[in-house]
Structures are given as structure tokens and as C-alpha cells.
Design a protein around this ligand. Structure first.
Ligand SMILES: Cc1ncc(COP(=O)(O)O)c(C=O)c1O
Length: 393
């Protein structure tokens, strides 16, 4: 066979996503766009902010030498300085340009980080439910995924993590607010996590990195603020992007931030810069780096997503769904009224509601809705959610 076995298997396992996508296209052709309630895609709903287009316009007209050429593989120093200043404000740490590597999205940041730190067979602990692409990012660099199930409130279970983190653990991934649950990990839990990791580091005489996947950190509702674990744990690597908070998912602009207080910070920066190159990214897109420099502020469409969340959450709650109100992201993760989430998503599909099964997030019994959709989809879908719910009572 021409295709590598591992890739063939991964593609087959992920084929329900494609099936759902194709089903959506087919149903929309028959019933019309607003009569098919497609909650599967995690693509930002709104356009980027006006400030982005203004900055883009400015940058497009600049005629600077090598503005579109190769640069240091870590990115333009001015862009990295901008990121470092912002992170220093957010965390109380002293980030400098040599702690920041501009990357091809958050996915690029995590791949660069894992390529830099993982030996074959090293374990990376993830908290389920989690973004399923982590499996590939870990596997790409010969790591082994170890799952710790979150508690009923979707927060990390510290006692379970204590059991799962062992001598082979190289990293733990935390994603707050979380895709798919929308849960924000509060400061006291982050402090508990930091204490647990410090204890494990002492026990095993090594450093376990906390990979903080933060593309939704600015998409937080009700005036809350998402803390980054980088404030509390010296060995935190932040992987993030502006895919979601500035709706720039297709522009592939993000960064990896190495905590300045971790002892190997300098070596990690050199390794990650090198890995950015050899993974074939070379550097993050030049134009987008310069747009970030030119942006006066980073405003996220929080109010818009919060309004969508409120209509969908209240609607589902009124019908009788068991659902936790998401504190951030644009995802909601209700409990399936049938024990098998795959059975229930089939019932929903018959009512033209397309959702992703919790099984795909290693958390069966739930389903994920992305409310980055038009308000009409939310309004029109509620009767369908109701009929599906009644059908299975
Ligand atoms: C939790 C999480 N992490 C990482 C990513 C990847 O982000 P990016 O598109 O910036 O690579 C996504 C994208 O959906 C995500 O939901």
C-alpha cells in the first residue's frame, strides 16, 4: 500500500467528521442553509475586527526591505517583543524576545514544543474531554498519550492526575477554557496542579512541562478573566494563536512562549526555533507577524459569542437537557439523553441537527455543539432539539 499504515488508520478513525461534513452539505442542498442546524464546525463565526483590516492595509503598503523574506526562524524581533510585553503583563513574569517563537497557529506551537522535548515513548498526559488533534501532535513526535478523565464538572481530577503522572511523563496538556467543555480552570485548581507537578518533579528528579493550549483564553464570558498556568508554574509552555480570538484561523498565526523561569529556557528556545524550521514551517507567516505588530489592541468578539451562548444554553436547559453553562470558547457539551452518544447524535441528525459525539473527545455520553453559528440556526434549531429530546424519553 502507498499510504503509511498509521496514517491510513488515523484517517479511517477520523472519518465520521468527514461523513458529518458531507451529510451537512447534502442536507443544506435539500432543505436550505438555515434549516439544517450544523453545530459541528469550530470555525469562528465573525469577521476579524476592524482594527485587523486597518493594520493589514497599513502593512500591505509598506515597502520595507526583506519584509516578505526569510527572517530568524523564531520570527520578527518586534513581533516577539510585542507578545513578550503582553505576556509579562498577564503573568507577572519577565518574558523577553528570547522566550517567544512565532508559529503556524497553536497547532504549530504544540508540534514544535513536542518535537523539541519528547523522546520516543515519553508520555503526555491529557485531560478528557480534549481536542482530539492532541493525539496526532503527540504521536507525530513518538510520544504516548495517557488520559486522565475530568471530574463531572469537567475540571481536572487532581487525584487521578496524581495516579497518571509517572516517571515516563514528560508533559501535561491543559486547555482552559476548554474545547469541548467550555470550562475555565480556576486559579485554585491551577495552583493545585502546579503543586502536584512540583511534587512529581522532586519525586522523579526531572522537569514535567505543562503545555498550556490557550487559543480561547481571550474568549471568556461574564467579565471573567482566564488565568494562564504560566503565572503559577515555572515550567509552563504556552501554545496559542489568534485563530479564535481575532477570527484568523486561516491565517495561521500563533506562538509558543517558554516560561523565562524554567531552567532550560535558553535551550528550549534554541530547540524550538530549530524545530520550527525542520518541521517545514520555517517561520510563521511574515505578513501576519507584521499585522500583529501594527494592531493597536486585541479585541475579541466576546459579547457576540456570549449572546449566542445565552440563547442556546437557556433553550436547551428549558427543554430539559443536562448542560453546564460554558464560561468561555464557543462550545457547549451537553449530556446525551441516551447512554450512547452515537445513538443520540443519530436521532439529532434525523431532526437535521448535526453535532459531534463526545466519543470523539474520549468522553462518551456527551455531545459537542459549536455555537459559532448564525443566530437563525440557534433559534430555528430549538424545536428540533426539543423533538429529539422527547423522542428518547
Ligand atoms: C483546543 C484547541 N487547541 C488548538 C487548536 C488549533 O488552533 P490553530 O488553528 O491556531 O492551530 C484548536 C483549533 O480548533 C483548538 O480547539
Amino acid at each position: 500500500m502507498s499510504i503509511a499504515k498509521g496514517i491510513q488508520e488515523s484517517m479511517t478513525r477520523g472519518s465520521w467528521i468527514r461523513k458529518m461534513f458531507e451529510e451537512g452539505i447534502k442536507l443544506k442542498q435539500i432543505h436550505g442553509e438555515f434549516n439544517v442546524y450544523d453545530y459541528t464546525l469550530g470555525n469562528p463565526y465573525v469577521d476579524p475586527p476592524k482594527a485587523f483590516f486597518d493594520a493589514l492595509e497599513t502593512v500591505v503598503h509598506e515597502r520595507k526591505r526583506l519584509a516578505h523574506g526569510y527572517m530568524q526562524n523564531s520570527g520578527f524581533p518586534e513581533t516577539r517583543q510585542r507578545v513578550a510585553d503582553e505576556l509579562s503583563k498577564d503573568t507577572g513574569r519577565k518574558y523577553g524576545i528570547d522566550n517567544i517563537i512565532m508559529t503556524v497557529g497553536a497547532a504549530g506551537a504544540m508540534n514544535v514544543a513536542f518535537k523539541s522535548i519528547l523522546e520516543p515513548g515519553d508520555e503526555v498526559v491529557v485531560v478528557a474531554p480534549y481536542f482530539p488533534e492532541y493525539n496526532f501532535y503527540i504521536n507525530n513526535h513518538q510520544g504516548v498519550r495517557v488520559t486522565s478523565l475530568a471530574k463531572d464538572d469537567f475540571l481536572p481530577d487532581i487525584a487521578d492526575l496524581d495516579r497518571k503522572i509517572g516517571p515516563k511523563t514528560k508533559a501535561l496538556i491543559i486547555n482552559s477554557p476548554c474545547n469541548p467543555s467550555g470550562v475555565l480552570v480556576p486559579k485554585d485548581v491551577l495552583l493545585e496542579l502546579a503543586a502536584l507537578l512540583e511534587r512529581k518533579n522532586a519525586e522523579y528528579g526531572k522537569i514535567i512541562y505543562l503545555m498550556s493550549d490557550e487559543p480561547y483564553r481571550k474568549l471568556v464570558f461574564d467579565g471573567q478573566k482566564a488565568e494562564t498556568p504560566a503565572s503559577f508554574y515555572d515550567h509552563t509552555l504556552i501554545g496559542t494563536s489568534h485563530s479564535k480570538d481575532l477570527s484568523l484561523a486561516g491565517e495561521r498565526i500563533g506562538y509558543l512562549a517558554i516560561n523565562p523561569d524554567t531552567p532550560a529556557a535558553k535551550d528550549l528556545f534554541a530547540a524550538a526555533t530549530f524545530c520550527n524550521r525542520i518541521l517545514g514551517f520555517v517561520n510563521a507567516p511574515a505578513l501576519m507577524q507584521r499585522v500583529l505588530q501594527a494592531l493597536p489592541s486585541f479585541e475579541s468578539p466576546v459579547a457576540l459569542y456570549q449572546a449566542k451562548r445565552d440563547v442556546l444554553f437557556n433553550g436547551l436547559k428549558d427543554i430539559g437537557y443536562d448542560v453546564r453553562c460554558p464560561e468561555g470558547t464557543f462550545f457547549m457539551f451537553p449530556k446525551s439523553p441516551l447512554p450512547n452518544d452515537l445513538d443520540f447524535i443519530e436521532v439529532l441528525r434525523r431532526h437535521r441537527v448535526l453535532v459531534s459525539p463526545g466519543t470523539g473527545f474520549e468522553f462518551p455520553g456527551y455531545f459537542r455543539l459549536s455555537f459559532a453559528v448564525d443566530d437563525r440556526i440557534i433559534e430555528n434549531s430549538l424545536p428540533a432539539f426539543k423533538e429529539a429530546f422527547r423522542e428518547v424519553q
